[in-house]
Design a binder for this molecule. Structure first.
Ligand code: DUC
Ligand code: ZN
Length: 457
């Protein structure tokens, strides 16, 4: 089956170009001006932008946290992802301390295989460090897991500085890459105890106990540990200017540091926590928290300058009923925001049309860079001969407003309620098949597991 996309503008990491795209079966066969090869069907994409399918390298589907399970599992989460132009997600397999990595990976395959609407891969969480975990790492690579995650907060998952150092040394030796959640667990605990003692247990205490400078401290400490281990690292969900300055300093020392941020840190402000209505404020509780306008602007500037390489969502959805668990104690609010279906449209609207970033940057941070960073390039992340035919057809004329009732996520609310969107996602093609049209997911689940190789960014 040959499909010809005619008359559109193809977006690459280097910029836009007028080109037709010929797809054969699941693959892109040709990208060029006025392709004349006969096709079984022609799709008129005149006036539309064609992006390589977006990659969301930070999702949490079907995750148990805070004595509850995320509202979205792989079926509903990946359906939402696909609707928003995300054709590949990388979710975090998360064995508990004491369980093997293989157990965690098998469990995540059970959660995802046969139930996922978009293609998918897994990062592996390292929340324990001992000889048997070390010995399992080569097998993870053999099974297509080339990226890992460590936490500097959350007692159930965090590893200390020594173990972080040893794990990074081993990953360097194996050619792996590790994302790290950077927050200072100890001082945060101290600040939470002070809020408790003062009886200040509402959601507005959440950002006050996780200030940006403590995230920056943790970034700085991680980067010194990475320096000692001589290992590249990814700072996941970086939120603020002070943390960016730590990254800048490490890069000046010659370290390889990659940075991810998320849409919530680019378009929301910390005043969301000031709402006296508990459920309106609690819905924004996530870690690290939403920051101030000045941090937002620093993140946009860093994206424009190429200092931030990827934008993923950290989609970790809970319903408002689940968020209710923290009434009277903000530390019990399950942390995380939905948003897997909104990333492309938010970046286009609040980044591209406001000229904060170019179309090329949007393509790099949503598609090309995550594909390279996480070992999927050039199968994913680019529209060129031989790549998977994952295509987002973006119609710049299809303006609309984001509404919770239109979301596919089961969170039941949207952090972006009422946000005006410029243009919109008209179609999403997954490996040569029309998967989404004008907001309707047409078929599935038929997402494939994508075994990944080493970083090429
Ligand atoms: N932060 C959240 O808010 N939720 C999921 C995990 C994380 O790091
Ligand atoms: Zn996360």
């Amino acid at each position: 089956m040959r499909t010809l996309f005619k008359g559109g503008t193809v977006i690459t990491g280097r910029g836009p170009k007028r080109a037709d795209v010929l797809v054969e079966g699941e693959k892109v066969r040709q990208v060029g001006r006025l392709i004349l090869t006969p096709a079984d069907r022609t799709v008129d994409v005149e006036g539309c932008l064609l992006f390589p399918g977006f990659i969301d390298a930070h999702t949490h589907f079907d995750l148990d946290v805070c004595n509850t399970t995320t509202a979205d599992d792989f079926t509903t989460g990946s359906r939402a992802a696909l609707k928003g132009g995300t054709t590949t997600v990388i979710d975090f397999a998360c064995p508990n301390k004491g369980e093997s990595l293989q157990y965690g990976l098998d469990l995540w395959h059970k959660k995802a295989d046969g139930r996922t609407f978009c293609d998918y891969g897994f990062h592996m969480t390292i929340d324990d460090w001992n000889e048997s975990i070390r010995a399992e790492l080569p097998e993870m690579f053999r099974q297509g897991v080339s990226s890992f995650k460590m936490y500097m907060t959350y007692p159930a998952m965090m590893v200390g500085d020594r173990d972080m150092y040893w794990a990074l040394k081993e990953l360097r030796h194996l050619g792996g890459i590790c994302g790290v959640h950077c927050e200072n667990a100890g001082v945060i605990d101290g600040m939470i105890a002070e809020k408790k003692a003062a009886g200040l247990m509402g959601p507005s205490s959440h950002p006050e106990t996780r200030p940006p400078y403590l995230e920056a401290e943790s970034v700085s400490r991680l980067l010194r540990i990475a320096q000692a281990a001589d290992c590249p690292v990814v700072i996941v969900h970086l939120t603020n200017e002070a943390a960016l300055r730590e990254v800048e300093a490490a890069r000046k020392r010659g370290q390889r540091v990659y940075v991810e941020t998320c849409p919530q840190y680019l378009v929301l402000e910390d005043s969301v926590y000031d709402d006296p209505d508990y459920s309106r404020a609690a819905r924004y509780v996530c870690a690290p928290p939403i920051r101030k306008d000045r941090d937002q602007q620093a993140l946009w500037t860093a994206l424009r300058k190429g200092e931030i390489q990827t934008v993923s969502t950290d989609h970790c959805s809970f319903t408002l009923e689940q968020k209710d668990a923290g009434r009277g104690d903000f530390t019990k609010i399950p942390g995380g925001l939905p948003g897997v279906e909104n990333r492309g449209e938010l970046l286009y609207t609040y980044g591209v049309t406001t000229r904060k970033i170019s179309l090329a940057t949007m393509c790099r941070v949503l598609s090309e860079n995550p594909a390279k960073l996480y070992g999927m390039f050039p199968r994913k992340g680019v529209l060129q001969d031989g790549a998977d035919a994952d295509i987002v057809v973006y119609d710049p004329q299809a303006d609309h407003v984001l509404r919770a009732e239109d979301m596919a996520s089961l969170a039941g609310y949207s952090p972006y309620e009422g946000f005006a969107i410029r243009g919109g996602i008209h179609q999403v093609w997954l490996r040569g098949r029309l998967a989404v049209e004008d907001g309707f997911v047409l078929a599935g689940p038929d997402g494939k597991y994508i075994p990944r190789g080493k970083c090429s960014l």
